[in-house]
Each structure stands twice: as structure tokens, then as C-alpha cells.
Design a protein. Structure first.
Length: 390
């Protein structure tokens, strides 16, 4: 049976990622690459299909690198393949099998991650450098752009970058020891064993040092209506944090506290965020910081959840609850954890920020670090500050 023409519109179910329709799209793309001048055989196309079968079928970055690895045989073919991929998968005006399968939001995200090949001809070298320079300059600008002022395309690009971030919780010395050169305690067992191996001759005095382990990290995120411009980005940042350490707990609150650590335990950020949104019933609702923190102290902190750890509260401080409850909860929390960090998007880039909301005024005496978290650059600053904490 003849294959449909590449110019025909898609008639198959775009959600059938494992059926014949998806395979037909891969074959159609391979035809496009071959028509642009890359020599391909049926064996190359089969290898491409097998490679894609082991990856995420909805991830355009996986599709790009699978094809670049299996369909390209020479370095001078990389620019041809790159342009064919952009035209087939990322061109919104194209009418092919990929048009209905991938949304404009997915196309906007993948543009950030695609690497332009460095094998263009001499006549295109200057234009390529200009494009890359403009792209780098644009991303530096977006990094310092407030989340509330970003367009959907810019937010998609920032979330794509956020997936590559690695949050390293600070470490502390535990009571357990291990062999080490700079330890103060002598390693008697090892020293005696070495002396016996040398038939009683004096051996080197071995020592033991205390092990280092990550401190627990607890993220408590405000998802009320006043934080609507920042909450989804902060939850995605929390998802990135859970992928880098097993000692990270994530909670959300509006009018009540909800633990979402299990919901964020997903590989794909979009799936994790959707599950978290379903679990938090008061998303975009009111704010009761004091009652939520008091519930955290009673149900989690007092049972060792944050003992010796870092507690990060992300909120603008707009509280409709009783300030005495907030003060009591912050006072108890400060005694149970190691440090309290508060991220307030209203702080922005100001170094002389003075809290004006009632919640921030009440909580300020118990906060060890007050940072912003209003853009990607401030989140990167927070990650660097966290790694330096002791």
C-alpha cells in the first residue's frame, strides 16, 4: 500500500505514539532528510525507528538527537539534517504528519535546546555567529526577566533551562566515621591490622574522620492567588530539586498544607506539575501562612522531618490569618531546623528590601536568609547560596 503524500494533512490519532501512524511520521521525516541530500537507506531508517522506540515519543529533543545519531553519517551533513528537522517538526506553517502531534508550546521549548551544528560553510559562518550571539543575549535578558512579565514562549524556554539545574543541599558532619588522612580519631583496628601484616613492625598511624551527609531540605511553596504568577515556576524548581537529592520534601499551601513530594516523583515535569495541581485543592485560593506552618510543625517538623535541615518558604507574605499563630509557628520552626530561608518575589533585585506585608514583618525575626525567587537568575543565586550554607 502506497504511503500518504507528505503534503496531505494528518488523519491519524496524534496520541497513538506507538502505532503505525507514529512510525509513518518517522519514515516521512527520513524521506525529507533524504530529499535534502543526505544518503539514507532502509537500514538507516530502521535504526532510527529502533532508537526512537527506547526514548520519549513526545519529546522533540529525543527525536532530534536520535535522528542526528542514526541518520547522519558525515559531519558536512549536520547542517542539512538540522534544517530539515526545523522545517519538518518546528515550522508551524508546515502541513505534515507532525503538525497535529506536537503543540506550539512543545515547539517553542525545543528551540532552546537544539544545538546548531558548527560545520556550515564559510559563507554562513558570520550569519551563524550573529544568530547565536543574539540568542545568547536574549536568553541572558530572559534570565533576569520577572516571571510575571514573561510571555508563554519565554516561560517555556525558562522551564526548559530549569530542568538542567542541579540543586545541591548543604552537607553536615555526621557521627559516623570513615578512614581519612585528616581525621583526629585514630583508626585502631586498621592500624593493628597493618602492624600484624608487617609481623609486629610499627605501622603508620591511621585515622578516621567524620562522614559528610546532605542536610534535609524542605520546600514550602505558597500557591495562593497572590502568587499565581510565580507558583508554577517554583513548583517546577521544586521538581528539579527532588531529582537531585532523596532528602528533599515539598509542601504547598494556600489555606491549608498539602504534601506533594510523591506527586513530583515523576520523570516528566509537566506530568509531575499536573499531579501536584490535582492534589492541591486550594490552588489559587486564599492564604493562611500561620495555620499552614503551624500544621507543618505539628505533623512533620516535630517528628524529625526537618531536624538539622534547611526550610525554604516561598511566599509574598500576604497572610489573612492570625499573626500570633504565624509568630508561634516560626519560633518553633526556627528551633527545630538548622536554617530558614524565605523567598519573596516582591523583593526583586533590591538589596535594601524592607518587608511591608504583615506576614513578612511577623516572620522576619526568624528568617536567616531573605532572597527573591522572582526570576531564573534569582533561583540560580538561591541554589548557589544553598550550596555554601553550613
Amino acid at each position: 500500500m502506497a504511503e500518504p503524500s507528505p503534503t496531505e494533512g494528518p488523519t491519524e490519532d496524534p496520541t497513538d505514539d506507538r502505532g503505525d501512524a507514529y512510525l509513518a511520521m518517522l519514515v516521512d521525516f527520513a524521506r525529507t532528510v533524504r530529499a535534502d541530500g543526505v544518503d539514507l537507506g532502509s537500514g538507516d531508517v530502521l535504526t532510527y525507528a529502533r532508537a526512537v522506540a527506547t526514548l520519549d515519543p513526545t519529546d522533540l529533543v529525543d527525536l532530534y538527537w536520535a535522528g542526528r545519531t542514526t541518520l547522519v553519517g558525515r559531519r558536512d551533513q549536520l547542517p542539512v539534517y538540522h534544517r530539515a528537522f526545523e522545517r519538518y517538526f518546528l515550522d508551524a506553517s508546515a502541513h505534515n504528519r507532525a503538525t497535529a502531534r506536537f503543540t506550539p508550546d512543545q515547539r517553542a521549548r525545543v528551540l532552546v535546546d537544539l544545538v546548531v551544528p558548527e560545520t556550515d560553510g564559510p559563507s554562513e559562518e558570520h550569519d551563524q555567529q550573529v544568530r547565536l550571539g543574539l540568542a545568547a543575549s536574549g536568553m541572558q535578558t530572559v534570565r533576569r526577566k520577572d516571571f510575571a512579565a514573561c510571555t508563554p514562549e519565554e516561560l517555556a524556554a525558562l522551564r526548559r533551562i530549569m530542568r538542567t539545574m542541579r540543586l545541591t543541599p548543604p552537607r553536615r558532619r555526621s557521627r559516623r566515621t570513615r578512614p581519612g588522612r585528616r581525621g583526629r580519631a585514630p583508626d585502631v583496628r586498621r592500624t593493628v591490622r597493618e602492624t600484624m601484616r608487617l609481623h609486629g613492625e610499627p605501622a603508620e598511624l591511621h585515622r578516621r574522620e567524620r562522614r559528610l551527609r546532605h542536610r534535609p531540605l524542605v520546600l514550602i511553596l505558597d500557591v495562593s492567588g497572590s502568587m499565581a504568577d510565580y507558583s508554577r515556576n517554583l513548583v517546577q524548581f521544586a521538581h528539579t530539586s527532588t531529582r537531585t537529592s532523596s532528602r528533599v520534601e515539598v509542601f504547598c499551601f494556600g489555606t491549608r498544607l498539602t504534601r506533594i513530594t510523591r506527586e513530583l516523583d515523576r520523570r516528566r515535569p509537566d506530568e509531575a506539575l499536573d499531579r501536584a495541581a490535582e492534589a492541591v485543592l486550594d490552588w489559587d485560593g486564599g492564604t493562611r501562612i500561620g495555620e499552614s506552618l503551624d500544621r507543618f510543625v505539628r505533623d512533620h517538623a516535630r517528628h524529625g522531618r526537618c531536624r538539622g535541615g534547611i526550610v525554604v518558604i516561598c511566599s509574598d507574605g500576604l497572610d489573612r490569618g492570625d499573626p500570633d499563630v504565624l509568630a508561634a509557628a516560626m519560633e518553633r520552626l526556627s528551633r527545630l531546623c538548622h536554617r530558614i530561608v524565605w523567598l519573596n518575589p516582591h523583593k526583586g533585585s533590591s538589596k535594601e528590601f524592607v518587608p511591608t506585608t504583615l506576614g513578612m514583618i511577623v516572620a522576619a525575626p526568624y528568617v536567616d536568609e531573605l532572597l527573591s525567587g522572582h526570576d531564573l537568575a534569582s533561583l540560580e543565586e538561591f541554589a548557589a547560596t544553598l550550596a555554601r550554607m553550613r
